[in-house]
Design a protein around this ligand. Structure first.
Ligand code: CUA
Length: 165
């Protein structure tokens, strides 16, 4: 046997190896385009907070949760505190066309935050801040609910966003 003798790979097996490699390159390209070209990203922890003091520390925005106007009629920040079994505040009013960035954290156990008819759907983990921006182009009422089982009244944990024309 010479050192140059190649390992035998069956033709069909080689074809599958080539096809798999092409798929990997395609997927990596698609993910790169989505992440860097289109800016599509998964919600990441925006910051760390201490769940024991996040609701009481006067320097914490969640000690006074609610809406903050950034640009009137266009841009708002909303700080929401999740706790068993409610959201503070449970109702938010914004004008249609506004771009709203949600900053949500929990002061006790893990909760969820899903707003109907939007792509907002994330976990709310004590000690972390979940952040996502959504533009409300259509007027109406958008309910939000807890999507992580958090105890006896989990099913009642909800709120709403009222978008006025
Ligand atoms: Cu909070 Cu389920």
């Amino acid at each position: 046997m010479s050192a140059q003798e190649k390992m035998h790979v069956d033709r069909y097996e080689r074809n599958w190896m080539v096809a798999s490699a092409i798929l990997l390159v395609l997927f990596a390209t698609a993910v790169s385009i989505a992440a860097f070209g289109m800016g599509i990203q998964v919600p990441a922890p925006e910051q760390r907070v201490d769940p024991r003091t996040v609701a009481s520390d006067p320097n914490s925005p969640w000690s006074n949760p609610g809406i903050r106007e950034v640009v009137a009629g266009e841009k708002y920040d909303v700080y929401i505190l999740a706790k068993t079994w409610q959201y503070l505040p449970a109702e938010i009013s914004i004008p249609a066309g506004a771009s709203v960035t949600f900053y949500v954290t929990s002061m006790d156990v893990q909760h969820g935050f899903k707003i109907q008819d939007t792509n907002v759907n994330f976990q709310v983990v004590p000690g972390q801040v979940s952040k996502l921006t959504v533009k409300f182009t259509k007027a109406g009422t958008y309910n939000f609910i807890c999507t992580e089982y958090c105890g006896a009244a989990h099913a009642a944990m909800a709120g709403k966003i009222v978008v006025s024309p």
